[in-house]
Design a protein around this ligand. Sequence first.
Ligand code: NDP
Length: 253
Amino acid sequence: MSKLFDVSASCAIVTGAASGLGWRFAEVLALAGARVIVGARRLHRLQELGLRLERSGAKVEVIQLDVTSNSSVTACFAYCKKMNIYADILINNAGIAIAKPTIEQSEADWDSVIDTNLKGAWLMSREFVRQKRDGASASIVNISSILGAKGAKQLASYCASKAGLTNLTRSLAIEFAPLNVRVNAVAPGYIETDMNRGFLRSSAGDNIKKAIPMREFGQAEDLDGAILYLCSHASRYVTGSVLTIDGGHTAGI
Ligand code: NDP
């Protein structure tokens, strides 16, 4: 049983690891013994994370990465290949939200949200599978959102991108199953990170909290178990699934 959630022989790429949930996912996988490759645009933040993880004995590679750019994505995998590193876990976590009424959103706003949250995951997954070692099993985890199944005011592009990501998960799961690659999504509810802590602790946040049956926001650590489960042998027969982690927020009608 102790081997069920073991990822110590794995190598994981985590996108958007410069802060928040991605930072935590990289920490969790590294502490569980996996080699981690951390990517995002802010190199100084990744270097800080890299040093921290190396001090705890982890093997870490830091790669500046813009998931919206195919050339940046292919350069990331080319670097790994040059270093003889073949990842078998991909966490598509990089994401942004632009909260504004639709009539005030520009085309560029729409494009940047869709390109980061949806196209980025597709570009990364495509390259990941292209470069995977023949026969090796692998796991892709897409960080979607409860807003991939619900609508929200001023967040149309975000909700559309996450709905797309949830269904990309299912489509890639079907297509990649014969290649021994599982593809699943995590749909978090409101999880406190640096990005949203101010908002969640405001009166608007209090109103949201009242709609959560468990009456609290999640913490990044609340996703640890889901990440280890979906990345390890414990979920060997699970693909195309969406694991909701939201304190019961979306359980009711
Ligand atoms: P953060 O803003 O802290 O993290 C987003 C990360 O994505 C940053 O590290 C950022 O780094 C990176 N990123 C943004 N654009 C790009 C890009 N083009 N290429 C590479 N990396 C990029 O937010 P969270 O940690 O809260 O969110 C992480 C994920 O979880 C997102 O996908 C979000 O939608 C999802 N999520 C979060 C919830 C929450 O309540 N916190 C709830 C549901 C889902 P950099 O700017 O350096 O590139």
